[in-house]
Design a protein around this ligand. Structure first.
Ligand SMILES: [Fe+2]
Ligand SMILES: [Fe+2]
Length: 148
């Protein structure tokens, strides 16, 4: 299986998580609940983004730079994580809920952008055999990349 297919599969799982967050967020009554959900989302998104950066962005850096997209992809990963981190220091339920829902919207846009632009670019510029090899080593490398 190609690494791009694996990462798109992760997007589907994360979209399910986002659906759930959007459903429960209005009903959450305490800051602690919002912070726990934000921390879960941060950990999953961070793991996905790190693997994406290491296994797909890195081999494509040269092409991304050429089309002026390199900064944008790195910036979006950082931005999502920073927004989720802010929730942990928030003192207001209203603000934390807003930050959480904003992070969901931003993440969905980021995923859409990757599916429309980034993955097709990877499939155009990386050989099929390279994408398959990256897919094969995904499980082994994932642990290493995430420092587990
Ligand atoms: Fe990403
Ligand atoms: Fe992604």
């Amino acid at each position: 299986m190609k690494i791009t297919d694996i990462l798109q599969g992760e997007h589907i799982v994360l979209h399910n998580l986002f659906d759930h967050i959007e459903k429960v967020a209005p009903k959450l009554k305490t800051l602690a609940e919002i912070k726990t959900i934000a921390s879960l989302m941060e950990s999953l998104i961070n793991a996905h983004g790190k693997v994406e950066d290491e296994m797909v962005s890195l081999p494509l850096d040269h092409y991304l730079e050429h089309i002026g997209q390199l900064e944008k992809f790195h910036y979006e990963h950082t931005e999502i994580n920073e927004n989720l981190k802010k929730i942990q220091s928030s003192k207001s339920i209203k603000e934390a809920r807003k930050l959480l829902l904003n992070a969901v919207v931003f993440s969905r846009c980021h995923f859409d952008n990757e599916e429309r632009n980034f993955f097709p670019l990877a499939e155009k510029f990386l050989k099929n055999s390279t994408l398959e090899t990256l897919g094969k080593t995904y499980f082994e490398k994932r642990k290493k990349i995430l420092g587990e």
